[in-house]
Design a protein around this ligand. Structure first.
Ligand code: ADP
Ligand code: MG
Length: 693
């Protein structure tokens, strides 16, 4: 594994290249989360530069995560001209610590007036620098002249501090004297589709929108379930091998790979790490996946729903809290019922998720995910928690007065004597829950495949920090800590059991039941954005200094703006495809049919022309309908894009008028696709896209 981390300026590289005293000082700064001494920064920068040049780098860039959800980089050469007409390679501590990219074209949601275009990037020394494509990339936070966060990393780092602070208070109140820091960890499982590049290039919808806007169901979809964990095809295998190698070089511990449920769908999971590094790594993973695909004549689709009627993609955000002395705070141990500390942290998460379900839901919302959540495949738009039989049982015992036992799994009978009896997990898996306890972590499964995992994690960290704050304050004041813990657990078991649901989250009954329980079911991104400006949410984000009110409001604006832009692009793409590709093809087909009818008639033979005439009648009627639906979509899009002023109202027009009309247009076009001669259909079909590799 000599390639692992070979392009990362990691701890080993730091140790090797820095004078001992500087190495120690830097580590102390990182551990204590303080800002870096400029004198140290100069030495670190120089060592970093020498290392990067050896790795073939000529440039450096502050690598940051603006609110677009992707990463941004502006490359500067190390080169610095000297008076004698030559040049030296230079990189100062100042350049390492702080950058000043012109930030005017990144979304700020009103945070930065355009005349104050200046944005600053600041080195996040907790995430190591790396060399990628000939540049030394320095992970940085990005903020405005006045200090507001213009990115996704800053609130994430702030939220990690908030959670650590409150969790430590709880641990101390429980008598812990050894832990100094609590770290939130994440391992995101990334789903994606691979399709042939030549076919991709023939579809404007894939090019402009990242998803198909038209496309009739293929004769075979995923019903045979023959793809899931199926053996990998050679071309895919070669791709996955290269992805692993590229990621390993960058220190991303890509670990598992397998086929997913849908044809052409796959998954990659890394080994978990701290939430900020995991977020950086997930960005690198998405980037690398797309880039390497092109080398294999493939295109990697990260969209949440590239194909209607076929499973979409998500990201399973496996989240937990660990201590610097090696404890996983969500590890139940063998007898969870008497593991007070575990139950306390578990119940804090349950309460947080119940009280801030709307905010958590928002953190997973994007226009692509609207096609998944609640659409009978992905978890529903309702936030609920799966605990499994064992923990559910303990929670019920607590509610009734106290937990005294833990159900065990026993042995699994395989029924073959030569196979050993396998110990059964105390809890089976549940794949339909949006927020599932999976052994020693929670798996937040709503997260969109194309998006950054920063927001889901900074929201999760913050809302859990809030409940831990409440718990800590109670325990610190309590005469009898044990009694207070019990009181809190009982309260959660009683008041928040409504968010716990172990059944089938995909069923219609659950939607009805959830409504009875008073759980929110927020179906669209547009409606979800309201959570960003709800008073209780503004208050909690502000209280823990993760996002101020203005920072939250700016994110509200950006989410709406992004929604508006996305649907506008999709709609314009549909109109273009329908007008200039589909309708002409249909007319050509109808004309051919008419010509055939005339030609046959001209022979004077009394042939049966009913097939041609009926088809011609049907296709012509649908063509007329198609034309009408195009006109309706054009009018709606026009109206919505001219509705300036209130972003929420404008986004609503796009969702409840434009988006609906897109669906209506698609329906007619997809019916036509099943009738029109394959040879005149102007784009590759689902069958070709999905079963070609
Ligand atoms: P699956 O859900 O497919 O069974 P695994 O159990 O292998 O997958 O775990 C899925 C992801 O969860 C992996 O990325 C793994 O590293 C991550 N994970 C495991 N433990 C933790 C933890 N304590 N904190 C965060 N993520 C974790
Ligand atoms: Mg999983």
């Amino acid at each position: 594994m000599s390639i692992y981390g070979s392009n990362v300026f990691n701890d080993a590289a730091l140790k090797e290249r820095l004078p001992k005293a500087i190495y120690k000082a830097l580590n102390k700064t990182i551990a204590e989360g303080r800002s870096l001494d400029p004198a140290i920064a100069d030495v670190v920068a120089n060592a970093m530069k020498d290392w990067a040049i050896e790795k073939g780098a000529t440039h450096f860039t502050h690598w940051f995560q603006p609110m677009t959800g992707i990463t941004a980089e502006k490359h500067d050469a190390f080169i610095s001209p000297t008076a004698d007409g030559k040049a030296i390679m230079e990189f100062s501590g100042k350049e390492l610590i702080k950058g000043e990219p012109d930030a005017s074209s990144f979304p700020s949601g009103g945070l930065r007036a355009t005349f104050e275009a200046r944005g600053y990037t600041a080195w996040d020394c907790t995430s190591p620098a790396f060399v990628k494509d000939g540049s030394l990339c320095i992970p940085t936070a990005f903020c405005s002249y006045t200090g507001e966060a213009l990115d996704k990393k800053t609130p994430l780092l702030r939220s990690m501090e908030a959670l650590s602070k409150q969790a430590l208070r709880v641990l101390k109140a429980l008598g812990n004297t050894t832990t100094n820091k609590v770290i939130t960890t994440v391992g995101p499982e990334q789903e994606y589709f691979l399709i042939d590049k030549k076919l991709f290039e023939q579809r404007k919808d894939l090019i402009f929108a990242g998803r198909t806007l038209f496309g009739a169901k293929p004769p075979k979809g995923q019903e045979m379930e023959d793809h899931y964990f199926g053996s990998l095809k050679e071309r895919i295998s070669a791709y996955m091998k290269e992805i692993d190698e590229e990621l390993w070089k960058l220190g991303v511990s890509a670990k598992t790979k397998h086929n997913e449920v849908a044809p052409a769908q796959h998954e990659l999971a890394p080994i978990f790490t701290t939430t900020n590094i995991a977020t950086d790594h997930n960005q690198l993973t998405m980037d690398t996946m797309k880039k390497v695909a092109l080398r294999h004549g493939l295109v990697c689709l990260l969209h949440e729903k590239p194909f209607a009627g076929i499973n979409g993609s998500g990201k399973h955000n496996n989240w937990s809290m660990g201590t610097d002395d090696g404890m996983n705070l969500l590890d139940p141990g063998n007898t969870p019922h008497d593991n007070q500390q575990f139950l306390l942290f578990l119940c804090a998460v349950i309460k947080a998720v119940d009280e801030y379900a709307d905010l958590l839901r928002m953190s997973a919302a994007n226009p692509g995910n609207d096609h998944r959540l609640g659409a009978n495949e992905a978890p529903p738009a309702i936030i609920s928690i799966f605990l499994g039989e064992q923990l559910q049982d303990i929670l019920e015992q607590i509610e009734k007065g106290g937990a005294t036992s833990s159900k065990t799994g026993g042995l699994m009978e395989i029924g073959v004597t030569t196979l050993p009896a396998l110990p059964k997990d105390a809890t089976d898996r549940n794949r339909t829950s949006p927020f599932a306890f999976t052994g020693n972590k929670f798996e937040f499964r709503m997260v969109p495949s194309s998006g950054s995992i920063a927001a889901p994690n900074y929201i999760l960290n913050t809302i859990v920090a809030e409940i831990l704050d409440e718990v800590a304050s109670r325990l610190e004041k309590a005469q009898d800590v044990n009694a207070e813990v019990k009181a809190f657990l009982t309260e959660v078991a009683t008041k928040h059991k409504k968010v716990v649901f172990n059944g089938n989250g995909y069923s219609d009954e659950w939607v009805v039941e959830a409504e009875k329980r008073g759980l929110p079911n927020i179906k669209t991104t547009v409606e979800a954005t309201k959570a960003l400006i709800a008073e209780k949410n503004l208050a909690v984000m502000e209280k823990h200094a993760v996002l101020s009110r203005v920072e939250m409001e700016s994110r509200y604006e950006i989410e709406l703006e992004n929604y508006i832009k996305t649907i506008n692009i999709e709609s314009l793409t549909m109109i273009e495809m329908a007008k200039r590709q589909i309708l002409p093809a249909v007319i050509k087909f109808a004309t051919n049919l008419a010509a055939s009818i005339n030609t046959i008639k001209a022979t004077g033979i009394a042939a049966d022309l009913s097939a041609q005439t009926e088809l011609l009648t049907e296709v012509s009627a649908l063509a007329g309908d198609l034309k009408k639906k195009i006109a309706a979509l054009e009018a709606a899009t026009d109206k919505a894009s001219n509705a300036h002023g209130d972003s929420y109202a404008q986004a609503s027009l796009f969702r409840f008028d434009v988006f609906e009309k897109m669906g209506a247009l698609r329906e007619v076009a997809d019916t036509l696709e099943t009738l029109v001669d394959k040879d005149v259909w102007p784009m590759p079909t689902y069958a070709e896209l999905l079963f070609n590799i």
